[in-house]
Design a protein around this ligand. Sequence first.
Ligand code: IVH
Length: 666
Amino acid sequence: MGKNADLKRIAELREQLNYHNYRYYVLDDPVISDHEYDQLMRELIELEARYPETVTPDSPTQRVGHAVVGGFAQVEHRTPLLSLSNAFNQKELEDFAKRVERWAGAPVDYVCELKFDGLAVSLTYENGIFVRGATRGDGQVGEDITQNLRTIRSIPLRLREPVSLEVRGEVYMPKEAYELLNKERAEKGEALFANPRNAAAGSVRQLDPKVTASRKLDIYVYSIGTVDHELLTTHIDSIKWLKELGFKVSPYIQHCENIDQVWTFIETWTEKRGSLPFDIDGIVVKVNSLAVQEKLGATAKSPRWAVAYKFPAEQAVAQVLDIEVNVGRTGAVTPLAILTPTLVAGSTVSRAALHNEDYVKNKDIRIGDYVVIQKAGDVIPEIVRSLPERRTGQEKIFMMPQVCPACGEQLQRQAGEAAVRCVNFECPAQSYERLIHYASRNAMNIEGLGPAVIQQLIDAGLVEDPADLYQLRYEQLIELERFGHKSAENLLAAIEASKTRPLANLVFALGIRFVGSEVARELALHFGSMERLRQAEYAELITIDAVGEKIATSVVDYFSRPENNDLIDRLQAAGVNMVQSKASGSQFLAGHTFVVTGKLERFSRREAEDLLRSLGANVTSSVSRNTTYLIAGEKAGSKLTKAQELGITVLNEQQFLDLVQQTGRN
Ligand code: IVH
C-alpha cells in the first residue's frame, strides 16, 4: 500500500476506534467484539509505528504516557470549582427550595443527580481536543493530572464536535474494581485502601500514568465550567449536549417539577443506593434553568442554586456489655463502653468512648442497654442514644467510681472540667501509660518496649518511671518470662540508643499535658536546652507561636512539681540528651513545608522528618495550604485525602528518596 493510502487508513482507524470507545465506555453499548476492537487497535499501532510523525496526542493509541518528573504542575481554574452547601434532612431541603423560590420570585423546576463519592476534576478541550485535566485543588488552583486522566477510557481524547470548553466531573472507582484491587494488594502484602474514594484519589495522583491506567477508574461528567457559546438554557439540556459531545454522563438523573418530586427521588435512592455499582454519599439538587442559576449566583464557597442532600450516617444497634473505666497518662479517668461486636459502615465496632460521667448521664446509657451506634465522620464510633424501650429491668446505672480503680486514691473533679482525675502521681495505671508514651515512636522510640513488656517490668518491680529504664541490667531482664539472651540485649541496646534522641522528642516524651510533638519541637527550638525550658516563665512561653494560654500554664505547672524535676535530673544523670543540636549540613529544602504520613519502609516517620529538617525543610503534622509536599507511606489516610483535595504534591517513599538524593547532589 502507498503512503497516501496508509495515511487515509490511519485516519479511518482513529475515527473507528474513537467511535467504538464511545460505544463501549460512554454508552455501555458496544457494537463490535473486544477481539475486533483489539484488531483495529493493533493495525493502528503498526501503521503509526511506520509513520511516527503522524502520531497526535488525541490518537487512541496515546492513552498511557510517560511519568511526570518532579511532581504535578499547578493549574489555575478559569472558573473556580465551588463546593456545595449541604442539607441533612427534609426540612433543610425545603428551606433550600423556599430560599431559591423567594430569590427567583417564581416556582422553579429542579434536576436531581446522584452525588458520586470520588474526586472532582476539570477537563479542558480546545477545538474538540482534550488538552488539560486538573484536580479541584482548593477550588482556585488545582494540579495538572492530564497524563493520568488520559488513561481513563471514558474520557474522550477528541470530542464529536470541535468545540472549546471546560467541563467538570467526578472520577470514581467502581466497587468491583475497588474490591479486586484491594484483594490483589492484600495478596502482595500491600496496604489496603480504606474505601473506593481513597483508592480513586490515590490512583489519579500517581506520577506514573501506567499505575493509573491499571486502576479501572471511571468518570461521570456533571457540569460545564466554561464554554465558548451560549445556546443552552437548562441544566438538563447541557447534560444532553455533553452526552452528544462524547462525554459519559450519569443515567441516574431526573428532571423534577417541584421539591416534592425531589424528595421522592431522594427517598428512592436512599433505599436503593446499596445496589449501585459505585458509592454515592448523597443527592445533588440543582435548579434547572440556567438563567435562574445565574440570577441566584454564588457565595464565596458554593452556588445558591444547588444543594447536596447528604445521606444520614450509617447506624446500627449494639448492646452495652459493660462500662469500663480507664486511667490515662495524665490521670484523667474516662468511661468506655464495651459493646457486642457490631458491623457499622464497613467495620466491626466493639467499644465506644463515653468521655465523662455527664455524657453517660445525659445520654442515659446503662450497662445492659441496647444503643444506637454510628461512626462519626465515618471513622470514630460513638453512641447516638440508648433504647430505653428495650430495657428489661436488669440494666445497671453506671456510677463513676469515687476512687481510682488502679491505686485507690480519691478521685477529683476540678471546677470547670468534666473529667475526673486521679492526682496520685505514683498511680500505677498512670505510670504504665506514661511509660508507654515515653517509649512510643514519636517520643523516645524504644523498639521492643511495648505495653506487654512495660507491664512485665512494672509487675517485676523493676521500673516505675522512665528514668528507671536506664538502670535496667541484663541479669534482671534474663530472669523475666519470655526474655532470652537476644531479646534482653536488644532491649538494652534500644534503651541505650534512646539517650541520643533530639531534645524535642524528650520534651514530647515527658507527657506534659497539651504538649504534642509539634509544640514539643517548638519548645525545644525556642529554648535549646531542657535547663532553659525548665526555668521558662509563662510570659516567655506565651510568645511562642504554637503556645497558647492553656499550654503555657500546663508547662509552668509541670516544671513546678518536684517529682517532675526529680525525674528530669535522673534522666540527665543517666546520660539522656538534654540539648537541641544545631541544624547542620545543607539547607536545600529551606522554604518548603513537608508533612509525612503513613508507614514508610526504610525509615520511621520520625527519621524521615529528621532527615527533612536536616536539609532545612519545615516539617509540620497537619496538611494545610502552606504544605509543599506530602510524603505518603502505606496506609496513608485522611492527610493524604486532604492533600489531594488541596492539590498538594504527594510523594511516595521512592520519590522522597529521589528528591533527597537529588537535592544532595545539586
Ligand atoms: S455539581 C458548583 N454534581 O460534590 C457545584 N457535584 O461539594 C458543582 N459531586 O467535589 C458540583 N457528584 O465533585 C455536582 N452530580 C454531581 C456531583 C458532584 C459529586 C461532588 C463534586 C464536589 C462536591 C461538591
